[in-house]
Design a binder for this molecule. Structure first.
Ligand code: DP6
Length: 345
């Protein structure tokens, strides 16, 4: 018989979404959700997830509530797998209740797995009351969703080939950039990234070429970002995007995420750059186009996107902060709690 717990282990965390400038698509054959290519992203200040984890001896299974809605078995599976890793590592046995909210409209059709799993990893580790590092939180997030490893850190963040965790590359203050998200379609994507990339790996004749070429593109993105060379960065990040989508398109059957307006917008952005506008594009596993620009030009770029046929909404973000714990409630004393909060800062 399990007796009622004398306390609850509870923590709340916030993490921000990120968009890759050098893309990850494909998992290493070593398993454990390690990535086959290096990636580099910008954390976004405007898009975040807040997640609370409460380990509680009264629960008979893990529970998940997302944006006020109780979710069932299927959605719970990946979350429960993360919680299970935490239980094994910490020796805790209790099930947990997870409550998560995204501050961006779910209808925007944006992947929330990066910010969601980053916040979940941080809150789950925080709730155990045991000391841990940001590296450990990033590793835990990466095992569930590789792009989430990058959301533990602010500014510009790397995840190397087969890297256990993300690592900060440059602070957001390095360059005053703005990311505009042009929402073209808000439906849930037909093929998830996880399934899409595995299918690509198994069936695309171009997949091995993508894996071979990706490190060079990653290095170009990395160097251009450091040197603040917008035109060079634009070429490298667009190459990363199009090479990734070309690889998906050559899978059998193809994995196609572009819609008509996505393609039209790509042409328009390239034409505008020819005219001298600092604008470049990237797309993930969906039809929405993300436009990167210098913040001083962001107003004009946003106006252009809002007037573009097929664009239903525009979200605006600058480089965001690292993930952080918002509160810790457990049996530890106040001093220990503050020490922990500082460690994961
Ligand atoms: C196209 O991180 O969502 O956004 O590791 O299977 O959860 P899993 O995949 P996920 O893939 C992201 C792919 C991408 C590019 C990127 O963010 O690097």
């Amino acid at each position: 018989m399990t007796s009622a717990p004398p306390f609850e282990l509870r923590a709340r965390a916030i993490a921000h979404s990120n968009i890759a400038l050098a893309k990850y698509w494909g998992k290493s054959t070593r398993g454990d959700n390690l990535t086959a290519v290096p990636s580099l992203s910008m954390t976004l200040d405007a898009l975040s997830s807040r997640t609370e984890v409460r380990f509680d001896a009264r629960l008979s299974q893990d529970e998940l509530m997302l944006n006020g809605k109780e979710l069932g078995e299927r959605e719970l599976e990946r979350v429960a797998a993360l919680l299970q890793r935490v239980r094994i590592a910490s020796g805790l046995q209790h099930f947990a209740r997870v409550e998560s909210e995204n501050n961006f409209p779910t209808a925007a059709g944006l992947a929330s797995s990066a910010s969601g799993f980053a916040a979940l990893a941080l809150a789950a580790l925080g709730a155990t009351g045991r000391p841990f590092t940001t590296w450990q939180a990033s590793r835990l997030a990466r095992q569930s969703s590789a792009s989430a490893a990058r959301s533990l850190f602010g500014g510009f963040v790397e995840l190397g080939t087969e890297a256990e965790a993300g690592s900060p590359y440059l602070p957001g203050s390095h360059w005053d950039l703005t990311m505009l998200v042009a929402v073209i379609e808000d439906a849930k994507k037909p093929v998830s990234s996880t399934l899409g990339m595995e299918h690509t790996r198994q069936t695309s004749p171009f997949y091995s070429a993508w894996v071979k070429a990706a490190p060079e593109t990653f290095a170009e993105v990395r160097d251009a970002l450091k040197a603040r060379e917008f035109a060079v960065l634009a070429r490298a990040m667009e190459h990363s995007t199009l090479a990734m989508h070309a690889t998906m398109s050559s899978a059998k059957p193809p994995v196609l995420y572009f819609r008509g307006p996505s393609t039209e917008l790509i042409h328009a952005i390239r034409a505008r750059r020819e005219k001298g506008y600092p604008e470049s594009f990237t797309l993930d596993a969906g039809p929405n186009v993300k436009l990167l620009t210098l913040t001083e030009h962001a107003g004009r770029a946003e106006e252009f996107l809002r007037g573009f046929p097929g664009v239903n909404a525009v979200l605006r973000a600058k480089p965001g902060p690292s993930a952080s714990l918002l509160s810790l409630e457990n049996t530890l004393g106040e001093a220990k709690r503050l020490e922990l909060a500082e460690q994961v800062g």
